[in-house]
Ligand binder design. Structure first.
Ligand code: SF4
Ligand code: SF4
Length: 554
């Protein structure tokens, strides 16, 4: 196995990447190799799908399957080799169907059938041992000797960006939102990778195209979330438990949460959000459920302790899962793309097994003292008070905005983000998205003329909201986003963050501070190129970076 798709990847003096029997996330060699083979098969689907779509014979069912299958390969989503064996077989069947559609479309239009190679014609073995013997063909390092580290790193960046795009698009798809152009964009990017590209210029162009595609996808997801549940509104969320039976819902999937709320109605079970589902409390059609009781626990890396202490059942709807501990293994369930060997999986959105487990568990014996945080400062809420914000900037009450957003993680060095927010000057406003917020969302930051100094814009899935807010401010001040008194301080962990970074770069946004460590797939030469072109800045210390961000432009 070789995997360097996330921030916690193994790093030594000589290499970056998890290459032993088990990755830092707990993914074993078999699962890692099967994930690579699934991606390889999906590239084959895309080779036919792009050509079929060009002839007017697009296959959105294959597109939806591709999104789900890609999502299973993100960090901390699915660790179940059995599921990957089945997905590889399904991908091969999908490829055969799309190939037949392509060939039929060629026949109908009198166009010659292109003779394809690589993943298009690769045949997966029928059993696990056979598949594992084939794994080298699909390794992210395949072809490195000929192509070099920079090219392989760029290919990897594109692949990880595709995975992030797929995760966002899958969430929208779950709510019934899909677009042909999104399927086409994912297929094009996979088809591009299937040809083992070596031209650095073409690779960079594809990376930027993916960034632009991701903006479309995030806009679609925003439309799906707000269209299904109403626009986020500022909401106080209880962070401490109340007495009674309990279900904890983790991940990012608002659809699964809404179904769980519906299926538990009137059953005397309180539903708590965990991690990235915290912003769900801000959606009118979710918060209308009186048994949506609050948010429990911290960010994903604390889940073993938090889940062990939770006296109910737990449902993981998407990233980020770590190996379930013995104290809750029998009462945790996975859904959608998520999986762990031996953990019960709910494939049909009927959450009855989790509801039964919640009723069988003791629940919370008492009410804990109330603690709360505010959420719900999505684009509608912030732009609804845009005049007030603009006046506060023009009058000097607000000097600077800091977008401190992204993933959390277990690696040392992430205290930087807490330190940074703690040191933001009193006339500074912090916008945040993603689960990195758990490092500082308990801070009492007060307000400036009624505008809270800490605005929770939502999940990492809500990056579109932050981009819209920045764009609206730039328009109001008649300048570009780069000219605003706005600094982006981004913490990355996994592949959705790669997709968002590509979007920010494609939008021409400069001076992004990125940490806590830089991606393993970015070679020194690639990093130099990004620093030169986009002024990307590895984080240093909170003090130094804050001083630099606030320094007058030279
Ligand atoms: S997902 Fe991250 S931690 Fe897991 S094997 Fe890959 S690089 Fe390593
Ligand atoms: S923000 Fe990133 S690290 Fe946090 S739960 Fe979401 S995907 Fe995982």
């Amino acid at each position: 196995m070789f995997c360097y798709q996330c921030e916690q990847t193994e790093r030594t003096d000589t290499s970056n990447g998890c290459s032993s029997a088990r990755g830092m996330c707990g993914k074993d060699q078999v699962t890692a190799d099967l994930q690579d083979l699934l991606i390889h098969t999906l590239k084959g689907v895309a080779q036919y799908a792009t050509r079929a779509r060009a002839l007017g014979a697009g296959d959105n069912e294959a597109g939806g399957f591709t999104l789900l299958a890609l999502f299973t390969t993100l960090t901390n989503v699915n660790f179940n080799p059995t599921r990957f064996t089945a997905l590889i077989a399904e991908a091969a069947e999908t490829r055969a169907r799309v190939r037949a559609r392509y060939e039929a479309a060629c026949a109908e239009r009198g166009v010659p059938v292109e003779s394809l190679s690589g993943p298009a014609v690769w045949e997966p073995a029928g059993d696990l041992n056979g598949l594992l013997a084939q794994a080298a063909v699909a390794s992210v390092l395949a072809g490195r000797d000929a192509a070099g580290d920079d090219v392989v790193g760029l290919r990897a960046m594109i692949l990880y960006g595709i995975k992030g795009v797929a995760a966002y698009a899958h969430h929208a798809h779950a709510l019934g939102y899909e677009r042909d152009e999104v399927y086409a964009g994912v297929e094009t990017a996979l088809d591009f990778l299937a040809a083992d590209p070596t031209d650095v210029g073409a690779l960079l162009d594809q990376a930027m195209a993916l960034g632009r595609l991701n903006l479309t996808v995030m806009e679609m997801l925003d439309a799906a979330n707000t269209g299904s549940f109403g626009p986020q509104t500022p909401t106080t969320v209880r962070m401490t438990p109340v007495k009674g039976k309990a279900i904890l819902v983790s991940g990012h999937d608002l659809k699964d949460l809404s179904l769980i709320l519906e299926q538990t109605a009137g059953k005397g079970i309180n539903v708590y959000t965990h991690g990235e589902l915290l912003p769900a409390h801000a959606y009118p059609l979710l918060k209308k459920h009186p048994h949506l009781a609050g948010n429990y626990g911290g960010a994903w890396q604390d889940q073993v302790k938090d889940f062990s202490d939770f006296p109910g059942s737990i449902v993981m709807t998407s990233n980020c899962l770590v190996e379930p501990g013995p104290r809750y293994r029998s009462r945790i369930f996975t859904a959608g793309p998520v999986g762990w060997p031996g953990v019960r999986h709910i494939a049909d959105q009927n959450f009855a097994p989790a509801i039964q487990a919640a009723l069988a568990a003791p629940g919370f014996k008492d009410d804990a003292p109330e603690k709360t945080v505010m959420v719900g400062f999505g684009r509608d809420a912030v732009l609804g008070v845009a005049d007030k914000v603009i006046d506060a900037v023009k009058g000097g009450a607000i000097s600077h905005f800091f977008l401190v957003g992204g993933c959390d993680g277990a690696a040392p060095g992430r205290n930087y983000y807490t330190d940074f927010v703690e040191q933001v000057p009193q006339d500074g406003v912090v916008l945040t998205i993603g689960c990195g917020k758990y490092r500082f969302n308990h801070l009492e930051m007060g307000d400036i003329g009624g505008i809270p100094r800490l605005l929770d814009v939502g999940q990492c899935n809500d990056a579109y909201s932050a981009i819209k807010i920045a764009g609206a401010l730039a328009q109001a001040f008649n300048c570009t986003v780069n000219d605003l008194p706005l600094s982006l301080v981004v913490s990355w962990f996994e592949q959705k963050a790669v997709a968002v970074l590509l979007t920010l770069l494609a939008l021409g946004i400069k001076d992004i501070r990125l940490g806590p460590t830089l991606p393993g797939f970015l070679t020194p030469a690639l990093l130099d190129a990004l620093v030169e072109k986009f002024a990307l800045k590895p984080i240093t210390t909170a003090e130094a970076d804050l001083a630099d961000a606030l320094a007058p432009a030279a």
